[in-house]
Design a protein around this ligand. Structure first.
Ligand SMILES: Cc1cc2nc3c(=O)[nH]c(=O)nc-3n(C[C@H](O)[C@H](O)[C@H](O)COP(=O)(O)OP(=O)(O)OC[C@H]3O[C@@H](n4cnc5c(N)ncnc54)[C@H](O)[C@@H]3O)c2cc1C
Length: 501
């Protein structure tokens, strides 16, 4: 009888357990033997609480019941990110998980809004987004399925306890036949001729060999970085923040349905509300502020009592030039890091897992590896540009960080996007990858960039007629949002927390 293919996952954080769950869902233990090694002594990074709506697809694919998962991870709803003091001090905007207008009705609402606003100030753009109005009023109900309904124009993600989510996935994976080995890896051995990874050896002397290795070892990148010495592409000249201090506090009485990101002198501060506690952190550039000053700044700007000592994390923006190298794929922090401004890391984990499993089994390794690397590079590059936009397009003159970011040169791909928007309000769309039209629009507009001209196809329309239509649309949103339950009430009814801190 043929021996089953042996896949070894190194690391049991969000990345390791998401991979284990998805792979064991697709293949029986007879077809694919999956071993996951993790070290309780090392533990996982312990942050990563805000997600994107795409995670719903992953959960559905592996058969997770949403209400059950939300209860057991103390999750809340996330409808977007509110950016305060980004662009300029006193400015505030929301990047929503939703459209402006209603695409099903087929109109280019941004161009129409720009036409209607040409001569005198009219409605604000956020008044035309159902998701933003839900955020600003802290309301939530599950979206409607019928695309014609205004209540179908938004999606949602979760804020959850990442450690509880990993535990949740672990219990599913183990039921599906994944073998977990507790222990700390000390050495890695390679095949002499090919350089492929042969085995890992644990501190207690156990040797675990495999046909293929998934490196989910976090920032250590034990296999892809350390062992295979894969080249790292450093992006820290564009994304200069390299530290974070995380400090959880007590739960909030009124739980917002968005992540709050507040720009500060040397970076930005996050606030992520869960049902049992609140995640807070300061992401900053260590060349612009020292650790003590950053810690003081964070601790004086948090609401409620701290629940544990602040934790400092160090990182560098960038990714490995090949996230698939030899018989190893890096997933999660082991593959690279883009700071958490738009909560994209778990999405990147999900994308790497689906790309890998779509290409498995590995009949023609080189072709498959190239295709995988192209997919992942594309995803990383697009997110990188989107993040840089938040820093670069600013009018703040109050500190070195903002002045540096304003004046830095940015990747050509981003420069082109900004120019297209500035000239005509044009935003190109693509089929795959993050982010969509509404996301780019909310950040380009929210950070203060305005087009010089209106699209020629809209220019000929009647501004008065458009104003009337948009006013009716905004009124419809307002009326509908008014009737939606408050977020706290939704949580109590749908997914009351099961785990106490
Ligand atoms: C400040 C900050 C905020 C973030 N916020 C978000 C967010 O809001 N949303 C988001 O999507 N992402 C966020 N991220 C990223 C997110 O934390 C990660 O994507 C996610 O936690 C996955 O981590 P991981 O599984 O790759 O690594 P880890 O959680 O670090 O897991 C690594 C695993 O490898 C094991 N390991 C390591 N070395 C060894 C060894 N020698 N032997 C055995 N086992 C070993 C560890 O025990 C652990 O199980 C944030 C990251 C940072 C730094």
């Amino acid at each position: 009888m043929n021996k089953p293919y042996q896949l070894v996952i190194v690391g049991g954080g969000t990345a390791g357990w998401m991979f284990a769950t998805a792979a064991s869902h697709l293949y029986s233990a007879k077809q694919l033997q999956i071993i996951l090694i993790e070290s309780e002594q090392i533990g996982s990074v312990g942050v990563g609480e805000a997600t994107l709506p795409q995670l719903q697809e992953f959960n559905k694919f592996v058969g997770i019941d949403e209400q059950d998962m939300m209860q057991k991870t103390n999750a809340t709803v996330k409808l977007g990110i509110k950016f305060d003091d980004w662009g300029s001090i006193g400015n505030s905007y929301v990047h929503p998980f939703g459209q402006y207008g209603n695409k099903a009705k087929g109109n280019n609402i941004y161009q129409q809004w720009a036409l209607a606003n040409q001569d005198s100030a009219f409605l604000s753009l956020p008044q035309l987004s159902y998701a933003i109005q839900l955020c600003l009023n802290n309301k939530f109900e599950l979206p409607a399925q019928d695309p014609n309904q205004i209540k179908s124009t938004y999606s949602y993600a979760y804020h959850f306890d990442a450690t509880l989510y990993a535990q949740y996935l672990r219990s599913i994976s183990e039921q599906f036949g994944v073998t977990r080995i507790e222990g700390m890896i000390q050495t890695v051995s390679n095949h002499v001729q090919s350089g492929d990874i042969k085995s890992v050896t644990l501190k207690d002397g156990q040797v675990i060999s495999g046909d293929f290795f998934i490196d989910c070892s976090g920032f250590r990148s034990l296999l892809l970085g350390d062992n295979l010495q894969t080249e790292f592409e450093d992006w820290s000249k564009w994304l200069i923040c390299d530290r974070a201090i995380a400090a959880p506090t007590e739960k909030l009485k009124t739980i917002p349905n968005y992540t709050l990101s507040t720009a500060k002198e040397a970076g930005w501060q996050w606030k992520i509300p869960l049902q049992h506690r609140t995640g807070n952190g300061y992401v900053y550039c260590s060349d612009m502020i020292n650790e003590q000053a950053a810690m003081d700044s964070l601790l004086t700007n948090i609401e409620g009592k701290p629940l544990s000592d602040p934790k400092v994390l160090k990182f560098k923006a960038g990714r490995y030039a090949k996230t698939w190298n030899k018989n190893c794929v890096g997933i999660g922090l082991a593959s690279g890091f883009l700071e958490p401004l738009e909560s994209t890391s778990i999405y990147l984990i999900q994308t790497a897992i689906t790309s890998f499993l779509r290409l498995f089994p590995l009949n023609n390794k080189e072709v498959i590896a190239n295709e995988f690397n192209r997919n992942i590079d594309n995803e990383y590059d697009r997110i990188r540009d989107f993040l840089i936009l938040h820093y670069h397009q600013n009018q703040r003159n109050d500190s070195e960080l903002w002045r540096y970011c304003q004046n830095m040169s940015v990747p050509d791909s981003l420069k082109e996007k900004m120019t297209l928007f500035e000239q005509r309000g044009y935003i190109d769309t693509y089929k795959y990858g993050l982010f969509n039209h509404g996301s780019w629009l909310s950040v380009l507009h929210g950070q203060g960039l305005r087009p010089k001209e209106i699209d020629p196809f809209t220019r000929g329309m009647s501004a008065l007629e458009i104003q009337k239509q948009l006013e009716e649309f905004a009124a419809e949103i307002e009326e509908s949002v008014y009737k939606v339950p408050r977020h706290n009430i939704f949580l109590q009814n749908y997914c009351p927390a099961k785990v106490k801190e």
